[in-house]
Design a protein around this ligand. Structure first.
Ligand SMILES: Nc1ncnc2c1ncn2[C@@H]1O[C@H](COP(=O)(O)OP(=O)(O)OP(=O)(O)O)[C@@H](O)[C@H]1O
Length: 260
């Protein structure tokens, strides 16, 4: 049973069709990257998979169970979402924020237990922000904040991680740091990852599978090593570029040459 499966997802905003009959299938332990131009519906699809948005048509199944029949808390035990933005509460410390991940699992009136503190401690340590546990989040750098966001999602101890543009606003070093961290956590925790990524080169390097959206439909879906090529660059992003397979990693590498 796949941890995440979606069939025939359609989303409309008024007369605008954002997604049309989109299928998504993510196997346990897999990393799927959602790619496509700005505004093509990547975030919308991620929100549908997370149960944060109801599609007009289609269904999502988590581990074989219909998402519509699962409680919010039960969904939180199966998947955690790293959102594009975090609530800006002045003075809120890193530990206080990351603890919210446990409330997602327990519910707003749920009492936290000893195991919850351990889950928070582990999430802080794994993301390298333990030293900042008592620092207000608003005093951290962008790179540190992104790791705190990841810690917040990890504190849920869910087997599936949904990431919405985890590298936005980060310099190239911090982008790699976050993607390396996700790679490591995925191996250590056996996580399944679905990530919206803006950069096709990063998707090709880090993800096993790539699903490219175009005009609200799935334009390509398959192993990164097979799907990412210069045709995809041209058809999905409107960019002329070169793609070759790195001799060391075997992964596709992209260079962007010109706008088509
Ligand atoms: N609540 C809404 N009401 C109307 N239109 C919306 C709403 N939310 C999103 N849209 C539109 O739906 C389209 C898809 O948005 P979405 O955020 O899913 O795209 P995206 O591929 O994630 O974009 P980006 O790469 O720029 O983040 C966009 O054109 C957006 O303007």
């Amino acid at each position: 049973m796949n941890p995440v499966e979606a069939r025939g997802i359609s989303v409309h905003y008024g007369p605008r069709v954002i997604l049309s009959e989109v299928d998504v299938s993510v196997r346990a332990g897999d990393w799927l990257a959602l790619v496509g131009r700005n505004g093509c519906g990547k975030t919308t699809l991620l929100r549908v998979l997370a149960g944060l948005q109801r599609p007009r048509a289609g269904e999502v199944r988590l581990g074989g169970d219909d998402l519509r029949r699962l409680s919010r808390r039960s969904v939180a035990r199966r998947l955690a979402v790293l959102p594009q933005a975090m609530p800006a509460v002045p003075g809120l410390t890193v530990r206080q924020l990351v603890r919210q991940g446990r409330y997602a699992v327990r519910g707003p009136l749920g009492m936290l237990r000893a195991g919850d503190d351990e889950a928070v401690r582990r999430a802080l340590a794994e993301t390298g922000v333990g030293a900042h546990a008592d620092t207000p989040v608003d005093r951290l750098s962008g790179g540190e904040r992104q790791r705190v966001r990841l810690a917040l999602a990890l504190a849920q101890d869910a087997p599936v991680l949904l990431l919405d543009e985890p590298t936005t606003y980060l310099d190239v070093r911090h982008q790699l740091e976050v993607l390396d961290l996700v790679t490591r956590l995925r191996a250590e925790r056996g996580l399944t990852v679905v990530a919206v990524l803006h950069d096709l080169a990063q998707a090709a390097r880090f993800a096993d599978h790539v699903l490219a959206l175009r005009d609200g439909r799935v334009h390509a879906d398959g192993p990164a090593t097979e799907v990412v090529d210069s045709d995809l660059l041209a058809e999905v992003f409107g960019v002329r570029g070169r793609v070759w397979h790195d001799s060391v990693t075997g992964r596709p590498t992209c260079v962007y040459d010109a706008v088509l």
